[in-house]
Design a binder for this molecule. Structure first.
Ligand SMILES: *Cc1c(COP(=O)(O)O)cnc(C)c1O
Length: 407
């Protein structure tokens, strides 16, 4: 019990020195093997048959931490690759319990899963993605609408028969992850710390059913631009054979199960020199939906249109923010069906998402014809990009209450 009570001390804010953390995590390891929650509220008393599926965590050992700010990172050449960072956050919930118990930071590293875990066998899992920026106006970091990611995870969890962390738990966990990995946050203007929350069915199951235990975790990686084109405009290919989503499916939630099926289309397009594909609706094959990981906007005259989210399109937080920012600029914004004809006759086309930001589209190829759109300095997408990023980085005042400080 002495060890369990040390696990509870994880409540200490992230100001702890390395020694305190090592103690805390040592406690965590033991706590996991005993009652999993250390009395943190919610998930306690794991039954033995679930215990074997618990990921084993390495104790936190900061002795090899190098506090020199990302070690020998080349901040000027960040792409969207994985750079492992120091810590991850882990929180669990088992069957029959009200919700997630208190989670903890641990050293970033591999986790152990039962071969029969729900995630490995049936793809019961969700992910999220958000970014922390080094602030422009003072020390510290900023998150952009993290509660929206938390709520979207809850919506997805409902669809995938999983329990989800509360909004408070989610945001707290994100903040902890950022602070623990602060030396990996790129300097202002060089990129962001990409934060990847996961919610997975970690419990063992054989027959098709929801897993008996869930793990919520967060890891982080410094990133620069998503497309190899950087901030330059991209070329997209309209995909006519494969679909990303269907009515009644899971296209509207960020389940991991949505992504492997589109790799083929994406790889084929990349091999032909396109940055990504644009998916068509699976019923009429006439309406554009979105790209593999970002939403789509088209501008024609003073009207901006984006496909309405009715279950087959991922409701992007960037999308929603851009709708608001475009309206603020006096544009009429319509969420509706956007046909191929609307697309190819547009003045401007751009994609939005946490990873891609606001990326201009210079061409779209459909049935062998290449259509071109306006790009460059004097475009709406550039203006929206500038407004959005200056809010996200603390360059402009956040009048909308979108940002959350992490100090
Ligand atoms: C995550 C994602 C987006 C963008 O959502 P944001 O909240 O803006 O990051 C768009 N489309 C798909 C398919 C996605 O997975």
């Amino acid at each position: 019990m002495a060890v369990l009570s040390s696990a509870k001390r994880v409540l200490l804010p992230w100001a702890s020195n390395g020694h305190a953390l090592a103690t805390v995590s040592g406690g965590l390891r033991v706590a996991l093997g005993t009652d999993g929650g250390g009395g943190g509220g919610g998930c306690s008393l794991l039954q033995s048959r679930w215990r074997s599926s618990l990921p084993q965590l390495d104790p936190v050992d900061r002795s090899d931490d190098d506090n020199s700010g990302g070690g020998d990172m080349d901040w000027d050449n960040l792409g969207f690759g994985l750079t492992p960072t120091d810590y991850m956050y882990v929180m669990r919930c088992s069957k029959g319990e009200g919700g997630f118990s208190r989670g903890e930071l641990s050293r970033y590293g591999n986790i152990e899963l039962s071969p029969s875990s729900g995630i490995l066998n049936y793809g019961q899992g969700l992910f999220e993605g958000l970014k922390a920026y080094a602030r422009a106006d003072r020390a510290g970091y900023m998150l952009f609408r993290p509660e929206e990611n938390a709520r979207r995870m809850q919506t997805g969890a409902e669809r995938m028969c999983m329990p989800a962390p509360s909004v408070e738990q989610f945001v707290h966990a994100v903040k902890q992850t950022v602070l623990a990995n602060r030396r990996w946050v790129p300097p202002q203007g060089k990129g962001a710390l990409y934060i990847r929350p996961l919610l997975i069915g970690s419990g063992a199951i054989l027959g098709l059913a929801p897993a008996p235990e869930y793990t919520f975790m967060i890891y982080a990686s410094p990133v620069g631009t998503y497309f190899k084109e950087g901030m330059a405009a991209i070329n997209l290919l309209v995909e006519e054979e494969f679909h990303r989503a269907m009515p009644g499916g899971t296209g509207g939630v960020k389940t991991i199960a949505n992504y492997a099926p589109v790799l083929k289309a994406q790889m084929d397009a990349k091999s032909r020199g396109f940055a990504d594909v644009l998916y068509l609706d699976s019923v009429h094959k006439r309406y554009v939906e979105e790209a593999s990981s970002c939403n789509l906007f088209v501008l024609k005259g003073g009207t901006v249109a984006t496909p309405a989210t009715a279950g087959t399109i991922l409701p992007g937080i960037t999308r929603r923010s851009i709708i608001e920012l475009a309206r603020d600029r006096g544009y009429q914004v319509e969420e509706r069906l956007v046909s191929i004809d609307d697309l190819v006759s547009a003045d401007e086309v751009f994609c939005t998402g946490t990873a891609v930001g606001v990326t201009p589209v210079s061409t779209v190829t459909y049935q062998g014809t290449r259509y071109e759109f306006r790009t460059g300095e004097d475009t709406l997408s550039r203006k929206l990009y500038n407004t959005l990023t200056s809010i996200q980085m603390g360059v402009a005042e956040d009048k909308k209450g979108w940002t959350v400080a992490v100090d």
